[in-house]
Design a protein around this ligand. Structure first.
Ligand SMILES: Cc1cc2nc3c(=O)[nH]c(=O)nc-3n(C[C@H](O)[C@H](O)[C@H](O)COP(=O)(O)OP(=O)(O)OC[C@H]3O[C@@H](n4cnc5c(N)ncnc54)[C@H](O)[C@@H]3O)c2cc1C
Length: 476
């Protein structure tokens, strides 16, 4: 891919300010750290100005100008990404374009079950807007208070409801996108079916800001689940967890809307590092699974049948203990235990994180093999394992040994990644199930993805961004 020798002059900055208009930018003196830092603290950004345009037309004019002047742009949403995708100034002089002011609701239709919003609307606001007309938008991640729908689509975010509703890509009916040369593609359709040629929207979803800037999206809404039963189970093996999952799928079919798992270490750090959390069981167990089962008014699904299911499995010893949440407070407490894991890992010092996927049938074998190998490589390393069991998506996160300095541990990153990724590929898995590639896995993708696929991806990038001004140096 073409390298850009970009020089951003004072004149360029003044012209970009004029395009963005008053309040549409923040310049050097005032730049808030939140735009320049990134979640993992691996990289520091530099950007002489932060562009914060509030209309698609302004974004188009920015890109027309930058295209002419060879100025690279880094699109930024809520900046919660975990792979360094929003870092600027890494391979050339780049300017951050933050989407937070693109925050308008364009259309909300009960009959079409569609919500059209601009890219900068935060995910939890999207959920609330849907709720305001008695509808449900199922994308849900622990970062939903900060991440934006544009960022979710650019990363094809997953979250806790993929098992029933799919990834972000399954929830978008259409996109509005601004291309590198400023062309606006208006694909904000509300159609459930459209076979009129290649589906370009799906190319932009998961492209991490390298093919175009998503400025608005047409989103699918669903009926609000009639009732959700939340259950927390304790188990002594992941084989049992998978058996339970298969049983639940058989009984409850598509009403199974979340199936998350976490290890005892993950629970312990949450209880230690998060306020207002309660130990759910008297004893410790190696694994826990957290389940949501949606109800319907016309089925005999209620908590009695779930309690029977638990009772049968306690008898069979496939589960060791289990609690069905009795009220909203208990539900929230169970979910807090799961959602707090990524935050609870921070006070434990440096960590090396993986968000991989493995065929569900191989998860136990994978975990056995990888835990043994990383313990051999770094004795006393502390695996913090959790994730979306229903999707085979494992957050195989590793906290440093207690006595080891952060910097010393971080030096092991490449070695540890190689151990884990080699095993992942042996099991026909993926090195990224939901967070994407960004900068963090940019080298790894070259070794672990099919070479012909990489060539096609590079060719696609050239078609959309021949000058390489959109998020250069990320993904490919
Ligand atoms: C506590 C925590 C929990 C998380 N849990 C999950 C989880 O369960 N599942 C999951 O998938 N992820 C998870 N994440 C990762 C992150 O929240 C998601 O990747 C999210 O989708 C990023 O959205 P954002 O708005 O913050 O994007 P950003 O971080 O701002 O950007 C991410 C990437 O998208 C590009 N981008 C952003 N906006 C646009 C746009 N409008 N147009 C084009 N490109 C754009 C950026 O250039 C960058 O490459 C978690 C993160 C945290 C901190």
């Amino acid at each position: 891919m073409k390298k850009i020798a970009s020089i951003i002059t004072k004149e360029n900055i003044e012209n970009l300010k004029l395009i963005c208009g008053e309040n549409g930018w923040t310049d050097a003196e005032d730049i808030n750290e939140k735009y320049l830092s990134e979640e993992r603290n691996f990289y520091k950004s530099y950007s002489p100005i932060i562009l914060r345009p509030d209309s698609t037309l302004k974004i188009s004019n920015i890109l027309k100008y930058c295209y002419k002047k060879n100025i690279p742009i880094v699109p930024q949403g809520g900046n919660t990404g975990l792979v360094g995708g929003t870092v600027s100034g890494h391979i050339s002089n780049e300017i951050i374009l933050n989407l937070e002011k693109m925050n308008k609701v364009r259309e909300l239709s009960h009959t079409d079950s569609v919500l059209i919003v601009e890219a900068g609307v935060k995910l939890h606001e999207v959920q609330s807007i849907a709720k305001s007309i008695n509808k449900f938008f199922p994308l849900s991640l622990a970062s939903e208070g900060t991440c934006q729908i544009g960022g979710n689509l650019a990363t094809n975010a997953g979250g806790v409801h993929v098992i029933k509703y799919g990834n972000a890509r399954d929830l978008a009916l259409g996109l509005e996108v601004v291309l590198a040369d400023g062309t606006i593609i208006n694909g904000l359709k509300k159609l459930r079916k459209d076979n009129s040629g290649y589906n370009l929207n799906q190319l932009f979803i998961g492209s991490e800001g390298t093919l175009g800037i998503i400025t608005a999206a047409s989103l699918k809404l669903f009926p609000i689940p009639y009732e959700v039963n939340t259950i927390l189970l304790a188990l002594d093996s992941l084989e049992n967890a998978i058996e339970i999952m298969n049983e639940l799928k058989k009984i409850y079919l598509e009403r199974l809307s979340a199936l998350e798992f976490f290890s005892n270490f993950s629970l312990e750090i949450v209880l230690k590092n998060t306020t207002n959390t309660m130990r759910p069981f008297e004893k410790n167990y190696p694994w826990y699974i957290l389940i949501d089962i949606e109800g319907t008014p016309d089925t005999n699904h209620n908590s009695n049948s779930i309690e029977n299911f638990l009772f049968e499995n306690l008898k069979k010893n496939t589960i060791k203990d289990g609690i069905v949440a009795k009220n909203l407070k208990e539900k929230e407490n169970f979910w807090k235990l799961r959602d707090s894991i990524p935050y609870a890992q921070k006070p434990e010092g440096a960590s090396i994180k993986h968000d991989i996927s493995i065929p569900i049938s191989k998860i136990s074998q994978f975990l056995d093999e990888s835990t043994k190998k990383i313990h051999k490589a770094i004795p006393n390393i502390r695996p913090c394992i959790f994730g979306h069991l229903g999707d085979g998506n494992i957050h195989f996160n590793l906290s440093k040994p207690i006595q080891m300095e952060n910097l010393v541990f971080e030096e092991y990153q490449d070695k540890i990644n190689k151990i884990i990724f080699d095993i992942v590929i042996n099991y026909n898995g993926s090195i990224s199930a939901e967070h994407g590639i960004g900068l963090v896995k940019k080298e790894a993708i070259k070794n672990y993805k099919d070479k012909s696929e990489i060539t096609i991806m590079k060719n696609i990038k050239k078609i959309f961004d021949e000058k390489n001004i959109l998020n250069p140096g990320k993904l490919i």
